[in-house]
Design a protein around this ligand. Sequence first.
Ligand SMILES: NC(=O)c1ccc[n+]([C@@H]2O[C@H](COP(=O)([O-])OP(=O)(O)OC[C@H]3O[C@@H](n4cnc5c(N)ncnc54)[C@H](OP(=O)(O)O)[C@@H]3O)[C@@H](O)[C@H]2O)c1
Length: 241
Amino acid sequence: MKTIVLTGASSGVGLDLLRALGGANTIINLSRRTPPEDAVSQAPGFIHIATDLADSSSVAAAIASVVERTPQGIDGLINCAAVQFTPQFTSDDFDSASIATEIAINLTSPAQLIHGLLVSLGQKPESFILNVNSGLGLVPKRESAIYCATKAGLDNLSRGLRAQLQGTGLQVGQAFLPLVDTPMTTGRGNGKLSSREVARQIIKGIERGVDDNDIGKAKLLRIVNRLSPSIASRIMQKAES
Ligand SMILES: NC(=O)c1ccc[n+]([C@@H]2O[C@H](COP(=O)([O-])OP(=O)(O)OC[C@H]3O[C@@H](n4cnc5c(N)ncnc54)[C@H](OP(=O)(O)O)[C@@H]3O)[C@@H](O)[C@H]2O)c1
């Protein structure tokens, strides 16, 4: 049984990670809402720490609470929570205050959690950090420029951290997701993968120690982008994502 800190288990991919991992592991969830009761009841060791990831003092309090509850250390940290705001810079309803919020949730809070939980992760001979990323971190689309930038930033953060931790027992992985059927994408796109299938593939990647786990169409996107960034860019501008 592992002890895993997971952000965003109240919805979407994070909720399906809780459903898949909660039966056999202790999951400590950081989100504002509590996950649905049916998922919590299937996860005997479940702990919810109400946290606003947009607020660094709330994140600091959550870190202190995790450290206090886990004197034996933790086996994993999965940074899954994120928001995607869709207005463009040129939109009349673009709210500049939302820039700070989106960056805080998607990029600052994962960095703060990694830093704050590094000692706890290091208490185990083998442990992992898994950052949930997006194809949009590889190639941006026209909408959601801040979201795309936070995911590109998360990619660089993950790769830099991986280099720093090389030779330790702490593995740093990412999962690059395609369009997934969750509340984040309600009313958008088609051909979405289910969050259950995505959670299954994320867990498979962690178990196999995959550095960058490209899921579904994210695999093809990375290859096309490597061969021709301009074609990849055109594909993303056309895709309804
Ligand atoms: N859906 C897709 O197509 C897609 C594609 C590529 C990558 N991804 C990535 O997959 C991950 C999961 O996304 P999803 O689609 O499952 O989204 P989702 O269903 O909207 O869930 C987002 C989660 O983030 C949490 N969250 C949002 N704001 C928060 C805050 N201020 N403080 C604490 N928690 C907060 C929410 O919890 P509370 O509201 O309870 O706080 C919720 O649990 C994200 O990293 C996303 O970027 C998704």
